[in-house]
Design a protein around this ligand. Sequence first.
Ligand code: F6P
Length: 520
Amino acid sequence: MPLPKIDPTSTKAWKALQTHFNEMREVDVRDLFAENPARATDFSISWNDFFVDISKNRITPKTRELLLQLADEVALKSAIEAQFQGEKINETEDRAVLHTALRDFSNMKPEVAEGLQKMKAFSEAIHNKTYKGYTGKPIDTVVNIGIGGSHLGPEMVCTALQDYNKGINVHFISNIDGDAVARTLQQVDPETTLFIVVSKTFTTQETLTNAHTVKDWFVDRTNKTAVAQHFIAVSTNPEEVAAFGILAQNTFAMWDWVGGRFSLWSAVGLSICCAIGYTNFETMLKGAHGMDQHFATAPFSENIPVALAMLSIWYNNFYGFETEAIIPYSEALNKLVPYLQQAVMESNGKQIDRNGNLVDYQTGTIVWGATGTNAQHAFFQLLHQGTKRIPTDFICVSQSNHGLQEHHDILVANCLAQSEALLEGKPAKSGEPYRTFKGNKPTTTILIEKLTPKNLGSLIALYEHKTFVQGVVWNMYSYDQWGVELGKSVAKTILQAIREKDESVLQNKSTRAIFKKVKK
Ligand code: F6P
């Protein structure tokens, strides 16, 4: 069953939301709190270790009702079922979308279970020091070589769960800029380092160029046969892996039904597994599966990914707010925003709908942000007093892992203070208009009991599903990424011009002019 192909603007709910928006345009959320003393409870959802407060948003019970009606009219329920059942919902690539199957232990595909066993055995051999480098020393460092989905998820998780690290140094080489590879290699010892080349296709120029440079560096310092112990691959393309010189037993499989930006749950997460250990990795998968079940079974009115996605549709398509900020009050989550930027914007940054038509409504919200409190001292001025309106997610963790209570108290106080200040504002004082805070700025707070592998898994899955719901409503194919192809092919032509010192292949006059300056 393919995804339904419903133009959201043709639904009754969409039209009703347009009318409702005219009633809501001037509504002040402070008044809604005054009118309804139970608003904080009415507009919050508790689930496991999560408490999600959406009460500071520009919504009323009627808004919620109409947004849920929209979800029904675009057949969200059947879209969710189609995804979980492994239908080929990624039609432009003729693929199923089953990252959720990587974390479903009650119904696991044999090849997934086998892959996990291989990851378990491998990471345990590193931790119990039976897997050794070519001189017999145990491995103490892992370098992940990959880009996009083969980098951002693993780096984000390794950073977030550093408190669970088993004493393994983890580095990431992603950018083609030689600084990335050179600076990393200065920090590692070839005798004790494992290089994991992660590329679903094993054709990505940045990754392959970096991997070859690393291999040459390694062979220069060791010998050719040592490559077998120190180079590992994760890919769907065993032929290219073998051509690179990595042994079949050191190759971890992945599958075309796992999209790159949703692949950290597969062997793409091998660096995570090496860093935090298999048990923690499995716990993270189970945390994500918990959110999958919540998403698949909870009524939409109590469904966290659905609630957040529909809120985002409300702001994007009716208020015309173009961006969303995500502010984790957790230094451990300092890589979450770049990870989500790929997950969200590579998925929904599109303008052709599932009927092949150009859409006449806004899609793909722009996601940005940074950790609190740093962000407060950088761009919060604009959130508080600027002319742009930016719905913001505050992610707050109740209990710290570090135990520095004074720090944590200040951190949490700041998180709560910011969402309150953005809503409540501060009236003008005569003669000092610049001290005015208009308030009524929409925020959502996601409070998580503790940043554990389980809760991190749930949090990531939450945003994955939010992204999918938005794509369903916008009538998009969220799981392809054709938009990254053009730049790659243009770069090929320019690289040819650079290598052959021949500008005649360059068509664009501006490019040609810049090219001449580069060559000087
Ligand atoms: O940027 C495009 C993209 O295809 C991403 O979707 C993907 O995560 C990344 O490149 C890396 O691809 P691969 O894992 O095949 O090297």
